[in-house]
Design a protein around this ligand. Structure first.
Ligand code: NDP
Length: 334
């Protein structure tokens, strides 16, 4: 990142690819690890880190002039911490660079199995996967037969929430921003229904078409007008997992939600969450999801871009909906 970006959509020119020479050596006595980066994850929350904000926010802003940091997959070249050794494959917080010296290893995890694609640890088996798991199972407590609505449903988190909902015996409908994505939802991920929100003049009417009796669970990824229409269509006693509100991230002024009072009249539980709180459940999550991946019962679509130099455009593509599935950037395949 060159300089902080204020409100609005960032541009590719706000970021730069820089070549420097450096010694690939872990400093003496360092408790960190030196890694070679393999795959980078593009995530919507990274937008908030491009703007200078106070430390009250849950995640610190990037430091202009330094490499962007984010979730990814890497190989350990040298380790000053007993938890990791040379050759280990890890996922967690790394830098958008070819090699990283990681001194804070709180969010660095050893990769437990390599019999699935390594890039999955940026998505289904990494932070977005844990987000879908915690946000759906922990926050929404789904029951068989309930009705579930997911927005940004074809993305890194949404595609998995939909498949979890089917595994839990629910009826699930998703919204996405193109006909191709709608097709993926219905024909690849097994959603019971899906619609292109950009083609719906009236979101309330669209939701009534799919949920004539109302929605039990809403997995919120977009906010704004969609949340407003969903509130009108929730059943009494419903649950809303507030995962994110991507439609608001680049606005100068957030849009006003008109229907918030329905939280009261319908006695709804609308709960926000940060995935990091649920990282201790990673083992439980793998037990659930790995067998399903191996048996082909859960599938995962990735949008893979080659080369660190293409990372800025891939990141910004999230806000235009250019990504089809989890946006991954390959820095190196080994
Ligand atoms: P996705 O892979 O879904 O990519 C983002 C998608 O959002 C785009 O492809 C686009 O799809 C959609 N989108 C972009 N702009 C808008 C808009 N103005 N209105 C509606 N949809 C839009 O991202 P993720 O799955 O990684 O993230 C989904 C949500 O989860 C985000 O809100 C993110 O911030 C949140 N999140 C929260 C976490 C937590 O700890 N609470 C952790 C991880 C993610 P389309 O073509 O359908 O418009």
């Amino acid at each position: 990142l060159k300089e902080y970006v204020s409100a609005g959509l960032p541009k590719e020119s706000d970021m730069a690819v820089v070549t420097t020479t450096t010694k690939l050596k872990l400093p003496e006595g360092s408790g960190g690890v030196l890694v070679k980066n393999l795959y980078l994850s593009c995530d919507p929350y990274m937008r908030s880190r491009m703007t200078k904000h106070d430390s009250a926010s849950y995640v610190d802003p990037f430091n202009p002039g330094e490499p962007i940091s984010g979730f990814g997959v890497a190989k350990v070249l040298e380790s000053g911490d007993a938890k990791f050794k040379q050759g280990d494959l890890v996922w967690g917080m790394i830098g958008w660079e070819e090699y990283s010296l990681i001194t804070s290893i709180q969010y660095l995890f050893k990769i437990p199995t390599t019999d699935v694609p390594l890039s999955y640890y940026t998505g289904i088996l990494g932070m977005p996967g844990m987000t879908a798991y915690a946000g759906f199972y922990e926050i929404c407590s789904p029951k068989k037969g309930e009705t579930v609505f997911v927005s940004a449903a074809s993305g890194a988190v949404g595609q998995l929430v939909g498949q979890f909902a089917k595994l839990a015996g629910c009826y699930v409908v998703g919204s996405a921003g193109s006909e191709d994505k709608v097709d993926l939802l219905k024909n690849k991920f097994g959603f019971d229904g899906a619609f292109n929100y950009k083609e719906e003049p009236n979101l309330d009417a669209a939701l009534k078409r799919y949920f004539p009796e109302g929605i039990d669970i809403y997995f919120e990824n977009v906010g704004g007008k969609m949340l407003d229409a969903v509130l009108l269509n929730m059943k009494i006693g419903g649950r809303i997992s507030v995962c994110g509100m991507i439609s608001q991230y680049n606005l100068v002024q957030p849009e006003g939600v008109q229907n918030l009072m329905y939280l009261v009249s319908k006695q709804l539980r609308m709960e926000g969450f940060l995935v990091t709180k649920y990282f201790p459940l990673y083992g439980k999550f793998l037990e659930l999801v790995l067998p399903h991946i191996k048996e082909g019962k859960i599938i995962y679509v990735e949008d893979v871009v080659e080369g660190l130099e293409n990372a800025p455009s891939a990141l910004l593509g999230l806000f235009a909906g250019r990504n089809v599935g989890k946006q991954v950037v390959v820095v190196s395949r080994e």
